[in-house]
Design a protein. Structure first.
Length: 333
């Protein structure tokens, strides 16, 4: 019996250690809800990657909540000459079959013309870059994630002003600078579908505000850009709330009744005013939650310091009181 258990254990361990294959990843329809993950991922394993098809040349990929609680979204846009992958997610490990799935979706004809780009340099949007550097996948262009590389690759001469363009062949994607969450943040607009890929700039999730003034200016810039354009959907980097607008716990691996990924043009147009109302710490307006992590950290440090100083003062006061009563007792004796 024990030997049988050991064999079963070994088989399970082998299964877990085997990289998932792209062929196991089913492409689902656009309207299918995303996998909600699980509270206990060890007891309820989930496929690591999900793919939803917007149209025959546009795919949305998402890393499962049980693979990373960040559960970032990535986007594959296929043109006649080149393809653009926007973000590579939070997992470098080969058990996340990102590169294999992307090449499966592309087919052999695009293997030499893939551009791997990022909405911004945070690790949860570029950890999978390493999967595209290996041999056997042609020579994809991997756009650098530092600010100088971003400016250089897209040809921004007066960052954060100006709009850049990536021509995929019969499919032009506009690139709009949108610093504020991060200095390297950009937003992509696909003219063919009218989809706006907003990364962590705008999404039904926590908007972490790093530079409030830059964020407001970017919101105005992107709103001005989309004002006279069709917007079929605003697709961001994460979803962190349910359909009622209630935010899941930080690092939650279970998202029941999750909010739709796509926001709309009205959300983009409303963002400058929403950000202007931001109190600098935490605010929620509809499906936008704004947080300034630096200020919140500072507030916690100040509060913790105040508690520490009060505790020390209480100890000193107590000691002095004890000294006085002790001295009094000795005099009386
Ligand atoms: Zn980010
Ligand atoms: Zn992110």
């Amino acid at each position: 019996m024990r030997r049988l258990l050991v064999l079963v254990g070994l088989a399970a361990a082998l299964l877990l250690a085997t990289p998932a294959r792209a062929a196991e990843i089913a492409v689902q329809s656009w309207n299918t809800p995303w996998d909600p993950g699980a509270e206990n991922c060890a007891a309820h394993p989930h496929p690591p990657l999900e793919v939803h098809r917007f149209d025959s040349k546009t795919f949305v990929l998402r890393e499962n909540l049980c693979a990373t609680w960040e559960a970032p979204f990535m986007y594959l846009l296929i043109g006649n000459a080149r393809a653009l992958l926007i973000d590579t997610g939070d997992v470098a490990d080969a058990r996340m079959p990102l590169a294999a799935t992307v090449y499966d979706l592309l087919g052999a004809q695009h293997a030499l013309s893939l551009i791997v780009a990022h909405t911004h340099r945070h690790l949860d949007h570029r950890a999978g870059d390493s999967q595209f550097k290996g041999a056997g996948h042609g020579a994809p262009t991997i756009v650098g994630y530092d600010i100088d590389s971003v400016k250089r690759y897209y040809g921004f001469k007066d960052w954060p002003n100006g709009i850049a363009h990536v021509d995929l062949g019969g499919r032009v994607v506009d690139v709009i600078p949108a610093p504020g969450h991060n200095e390297t943040q950009i937003v992509f607009y696909d003219r063919n579908t009218g989809l706006l890929f907003s990364g962590d700039f705008l999404m039904p999730a926590r908007l972490l505000v790093d530079d409030p003034a830059a964020y407001v200016a970017s919101a105005q810039r992107v709103a001005d850009f989309v004002r006279d354009k069709k917007v079929a959907g605003v697709l961001g980097g994460h979803v962190e709330m349910n359909r009622a607008g209630e935010v899941y716990d930080w690092e939650s691996t279970y998202h029941p009744d999750e909010h739709a990924l796509a926001l709309g043009k009205a959300d983009v147009l409303a963002l400058p005013a929403t950000l202007t109302k931001f109190n600098g710490f935490y605010a929620q307006s509809g499906h936008v939650i704004m947080i300034d992590p630096t200020r919140n950290l500072l507030a916690v440090v100040i509060a913790a310091s105040a508690v520490f100083v009060a505790a020390i003062a209480a100890v000193i006061l107590g000691f002095r009181r004890w000294q006085r009563s002790h001295a009094g007792a000795r005099i009386a004796a």
